[in-house]
Design a protein around this ligand. Structure first.
Ligand SMILES: O=C(O)c1ccc(O)c(O)c1
Ligand SMILES: [Mg+2]
Length: 630
């Protein structure tokens, strides 16, 4: 697959963009005219910079408002084009994009447009360049690739071809199958973009909300499959107009872009919908199944470890053992494994220095850990290794959110032995029902707002987690975007939260406390009332929920009075969906803002989104009194 990306997709100046694009492994770049015009070096120097970065220029764009003009504008448009061709010769590119006319002066008429393109094709040929015609979704007369193709067909000129752009086709609901009957040599380049479904005018939607294939909701795979069916073997070129990407890290956006194309192509191949060219690299290992969370590892220091260990013990964990060669203590309850790492060297220690006490690593149970590692590397994720003691297990690991680690824990024998091999364990260490906490229900990670799409793609492409429709949750300090991802059997649920306001709990966690990372973990119990009873007997205080909330519950749901009273008394939140019921309770936060949630799920599938604003408001209100520390 030949990959390319438009400079308009990234932040920074032209040289920063080129460095990021080259580093992410793209073969080519579309030079967006503004990036060139605003740069302080001439076309020859820019061409050299591109080649020095190991890239080609796939396209120079856009050339606007060309076809179907009356004189004298028509003559001027030709003159303008001639000048661009000269620039292209100096840049060292042979393809320019002409987007369909949006000018009120445009006259329309398919044959008039075809004649204009044919005449321009002659001039292009003299300059050794080609022109590609693209239907903008909001073009005045041409807004559909089928019409653009008819114009190109009638222009009947070697130097005149079609440019397809998934956004323009899919945003208008045009069936991409219509691409299958276009001859491949007339498709000069294919631009790729996805987008969330929004009820917005086409131009604003396109200019602000495009995202990478696989990050949005448009049927980009069907579009790409249709292109593949033609035998097209040119560039897939990302053209992503997105406000967050313009503000984010160019390097990250470029990596995400390459990841998205590799992921899309891999999906198509797996479904038998892509042409397998001889030059294609080996397919990625298929996404291996995740089987829930194996362990959670905190990085901390000796002083803070006291409070953390105490918290774990009061909620029913027992100390189960100690690492053979590192300062790591293991705590166990039900299927839960929590490691508290106070080592003064290695990864956890660096994590502690940077973030303070935090969840430095998560262990994910993988059906095939090695295959997942290879898949992740194929999707240009960063793997991680650190020295292990003699005879100790080395788990494959990836860099995750905020620099944390995701250990890929193999299933079967190795999994069972992981603790025995590396830890000195106390007798009966793995049979401890404690307060009834059995497993991890979900992990909530807070990210920078502009990084949520990036991590969504990460979890989706590598771990095959399915993103649910994103939600906006009100916090007293602003809105929080909440993106849930889950695996097939919902044994792994990850919630990504991020906010544009700097006054929300999420933003304060990122900017003032820990940085991007795990902000809360929800443990699941089979009986929340019993668990809460045990916790209270241990002196654990729970987040008190306002009376109004439970009065409203009473009005909304037909609950037993004793159950409602018990919920009121213990600050238990409640929700119900067509599949069942959900109970939630929150503990106070540690210094830095990490907190624990406890849930009971009776068939219910969601995460209690309706209760999140109540919880956020309560945490914000109690902040000065010290229950939740943030
Ligand atoms: O928004 C635009 O103007 C614009 C310009 C060039 C393109 O290729 C495109 O898809 C959109
Ligand atoms: Mg385009």
């Amino acid at each position: 697959m030949k990959t390319s990306i438009a400079t308009v997709s990234l932040s920074g100046d032209l040289s920063e963009k080129l460095a990021a694009i080259s580093q992410a492994g793209f073969g080519a770049v579309e030079i967006f005219e503004n990036d060139f015009l605003a740069f302080d070096q001439g076309p020859r120097e820019v061409g050299r910079m591109v080649r020095d970065a190991g890239l080609k220029i796939s396209l120079f764009q856009p050339f606007r408002d060309f076809e179907g003009l009356p004189e004298p504008q028509r003559g001027r448009a030709f003159e303008r084009a001639r000048r661009k061709f000269e620039t292209m010769n100096e840049l060292g590119t042979d393809l320019i994009l002409i987007c369909s006319n949006v000018s009120p002066l445009a006259q329309g008429g398919i044959d008039r447009a075809a004649e204009d393109l044919r005449a321009l094709g002659d001039i292009a040929r003299e300059h050794g360049v080609r022109i590609g015609y693209e239907a903008l979704a909001w073009g005045r007369f041409v807004n559909d690739h089928r019409d653009a193709w008819e114009i190109v067909r009638r222009a009947d000129h070697n130097e005149v071809g079609l440019i397809l752009d998934s956004f323009h086709t899919l945003s208008r609901g045009i069936d991409p199958a219509s691409i299958r009957s276009i001859p491949r040599d007339k498709i000069f380049i294919v631009q790729m973009a996805d987008a969330p479904k929004l009820d917005l005018d086409l131009l604003s939607w396109s200019r602000h909300y495009r995202n990478m294939p696989g990050q949005g909701e448009l049927p980009v795979a069907d579009f790409m499959a249709a292109v593949e069916a033609t035998g097209y073997d040119g560039y897939y070129s990302l053209e992503i107009f997105n406000d967050q990407f313009r503000a984010g890290s160019a390097r990250q956006t470029a990596v995400d872009g390459r990841r998205s194309l590799i992921y899309m192509m891999d999906r198509l191949k797996a479904e038998g919908r892509a042409v397998k060219g001889p030059s294609e690299p080996n397919p990625l290992p298929p996404p291996a199944r995740t089987r829930g969370v194996s362990f959670i590892e905190f990085a901390t220091d000796n002083a803070s470890a006291v409070a953390l260990s105490q918290l774990l013990t009061t909620i029913g964990f027992r100390h189960a053992g100690r690492h053979r060669s590192k300062d790591v203590e293991l705590f166990v309850q039900g299927d839960l494994r929590v490691a508290v790492n106070t080592d003064t060297e290695g990864f956890a220690h660096s994590s502690y220095i940077v973030h303070g006490t935090n969840v430095a690593a998560l262990g994910l149970r993988m059906e095939d850990a090695d295959a997942t590692l290879r898949r992740a590397e194929g999707l240009i994720a960063t793997s991680f290794r650190q020295p292990v003691g003699p005879g100790e297990l080395e788990l494959p690991a990836l860099r995750g959110l905020g620099g944390s680690l995701l250990y890929l824990v193999p299933q079967g024998d190795a999994l069972g032995r992981q603790w025995e091999v590396d830890f000195d364990l106390e007798p009966g260490w793995d049979a401890h029902p404690g307060a009834g906490l059995e497993m991890v229900d979900h992990i909530a990670q807070t990210a920078r707002y502009e990084d949520i799409l990036s991590w969504t793609l990460f979890y989706r492409s590598i771990f095959d987690l399915r993103p649910l429709p994103p939600l906006e949750v009100p916090d007293p300090g602003g809105l929080v975007l909440s993106q849930v991802l889950e695996n097939e059997d919902a044994s792994l649920r990850i919630v990504l939260n991020g906010s544009q306001s700097n006054r929300t709990q999420s933003s304060r966690f990122v900017s003032q406390f820990v940085g991007p990372g795990v902000q809360h973990v929800a443990f699941r119990t089979a009986d929340i009332f019993r668990t809460v009873g045990a916790l209270r007997a241990n002196g654990v205080s729970l987040l008190p929920i306002p009376r109004n909330y439970h009065d409203d519950l009473d009005a909304k749901f037909d609950l037993e009075p004793q159950v409602l009273d018990a919920m009121r008394e213990n600050g238990i939140l409640y929700d119900r969906d067509e599949a069942g019921e959900y109970f939630q309770v929150y503990l106070g936060a540690l210094e830095g803002g990490f907190f624990i949630e406890i849930v009971e799920r009776r068939g219910y599938r969601g995460l209690g989104a309706a209760n999140a604003p109540i919880r956020l408001a309560t945490q914000a209100r109690l902040k000065p009194a010290g229950l939740p520390a943030i």
